[in-house]
Design a protein around this ligand. Structure first.
Ligand code: ARG
Length: 501
């Protein structure tokens, strides 16, 4: 410390006379664009965050000897009262930061104006956004974990439930419900991982960046970060006050999850349509005119949330593109894209988890449909190839048989025999045991034989289930440790405040 700085201890203010907002000078107190300028209503979401940020900042100012302890005590007492009164009782202001400061000054007089020493609304709002976003992202992570739980339960229960698998929405090869469910679990697992990674970058404090150019005061940025439960600080003060890439990264991760959800929802809508799955009434809706209808509306809405999330990414990207350094007011409108995306995707993920967890799979219908469209054809070709026929010739034999089956109602066995005669000039039995062909034509046998790593055979599903459970538990442990760290920081901040009030 230089000790020479005139403002090392902020002197008593002279007082600002009689306008409505004690924070704003008359010149900027209003005008026709006042409501356009204001984010006060949208800032409801960061009201608690701003109070926490104010408290941590004031504590640090007092600890550093920048403001007097008794002034800190008065400000902190005022902040408590403002919290009790709630966001709705704030005085008018351009945003929540200004309104809270005005409310503090209204309560304790000019000394309240010391709260804003050594900071700017620029680092303040950046901190509030990160503080509040942490909660939203943890919630999103939690819903992805719940969805994974639902998918794992389905997979566990239906390891051997054979169903048709599709490519191009055409019957392709028999698989199992477990294999299908785990395919989405794998994607949602990566969605969780992306959100956790984003979380690590969100959880850094920009406070102390001030307007962008740092401050002459001897602040302790690490201390403020610690008081707010941040893992570290955003080092460069211009970066700290003006970057919003973590918002974009988060919205992108949420949008990716929404895209995963939309595919899952679409599958379930199709499966419900085909009678493969019955949705619980809780996740269905009916028609206002057609009394017999049970429609998968919840999943259609889940599917549509991908549109909301994509628009969040688009809106945020467009707002941020080309913004010069440092702070620009455009950033005020960037934030709302993130909140809207968090809300929409968290809700969709929760609903998807519930719909999957409560749906009933119709095993008989699935089994009956599992070999529709000669979907065991690839297995037959594999069998012929395993018995020495080049795979391309095997493919040709089965393709000719498939054509016959599609055009007439010849049975699969007969069609294969005729095709072998046509393509190979020999009987199938010259290459392969007829029992083996029969097995290959059976959907359950077909599934059981595809036991390559990651495949649908029940034997191959067991290790996939195990790995999925382990990954889920590890992600849950990380989520819970982060949530606990936030809660601990909240308690610790309160205790520090209690030392002053
Ligand atoms: N409400 C503003 C926002 O959300 C706070 C920062 C205003 N800063 C400024 N220099 N005008 O971005």
């Amino acid at each position: 410390m230089t000790g020479e700085k005139a403002h090392e201890m902020v002197a008593d203010g002279d007082g600002i006379d009689g306008d409505e907002s004690v924070v704003r000078r008359d010149r900027f107190s209003g005008g026709p664009a006042r409501s356009f300028l204001s984010s006060l209503e949208a800032d409801r979401r960061i009201f608690e965050a701003d109070l926490a940020v104010d408290r941590a900042h004031v504590l640090m100012l007092a600890e550093q000897g920048i403001i007097e302890d008794d002034v800190a005590g008065q400000i902190l007492t005022a902040l408590d009262a403002i919290e009790v009164d709630g966001h709705g009782s704030l005085p008018d202001g351009e945003d929540v930061h200004e309104a809270i400061e005005t409310a503090v000054i209204d309560r304790i007089g000019d000394d309240g104006g010391k709260m804003h020493t050594a900071r700017s609304r620029n680092d303040e709002v950046a901190a509030c956004i990160r503080y509040r976003l942490r909660e939203g992202v943890l919630e999103a992570i939690e819903t992805t974990l719940a969805l994974r739980e639902s998918l794992l339960a389905v997979a566990d229960e239906h390891r051997e439930t054979v169903m048709p698998g599709y490519t191009h929405l055409q019957p392709a090869q028999p698989t199992t419900v477990a294999h299908w469910a785990l395919s989405y679990e794998g994607a949602v697992r990566r969605d969780t991982a992306r959100l956790l990674e984003a979380y690590g970058r969100i959880n850094q404090s920009p406070l102390g960046g001030a307007a962008f150019a740092g401050t002459t005061f001897d602040i302790d940025r690490e201390r403020v970060a610690e008081l707010l439960g941040f893992d570290g600080i955003v080092e460069n003060s211009m970066d700290a006050a003006s970057s919003r890439d973590v918002l974009l990264e988060t919205v992108q991760a949420l949008s990716t999850h929404a895209t995963t959800l939309s595919g899952l929802a679409e599958d379930v809508v199709i499966f419900a349509n085909r009678g493969f799955v019955d949705l619980s009434d809780d996740y269905a809706s009916t028609s206002s005119i057609m009394p017999q209808k049970k429609n998968p509306d919840t999943l259609e809405l889940v599917r549509a949330v991908a549109g909301d999330a994509a628009s969040g990414v688009q809106g945020l990207t467009t707002t941020l593109t080309g913004l010069p350094r440092a702070y620009n007011r455009d950033l005020q409108r960037a934030t709302t894209h993130a909140w809207e995306t968090v809300d929409a995707v968290v809700e969709a993920s929760e609903v998807a988890a519930g719909a999957v967890a409560t749906a009933d799979w119709n095993e008989e219908t699935l089994a009956a449909e599992a070999d529709a469209g000669f979907s065991t054809a690839t297995g037959v070709a594999d069998l012929l190839a395993a018995n020495g026929l080049p795979f391309r010739s095997a493919h040709e034999v089965v393709a000719v048989a498939a054509e016959t089956i599609a055009e007439s109602n010849t049975g699969e066995g007969d069609a294969l025999e005729a095709a072998a005669a046509e393509v190979l000039g020999e009987s199938l039995s010259a290459f392969v045991d007829p029992d083996a062909v029969e097995d290959a034509l059976d959907p359950a046998e077909s599934v059981a034989s595809r036991d390559s790593r990651g495949g649908p055979a029940p034997d191959a599903i067991v290790p996939q289930l195990e790995a999925a459970r382990e990954a889920r538990d590890a992600h849950e442990a990380t989520r819970s440790a982060e949530a606990t760290a936030l809660e601990d920081a909240r308690v610790a901040l309160r205790e520090e405040v209690n030392g002053y009030v």
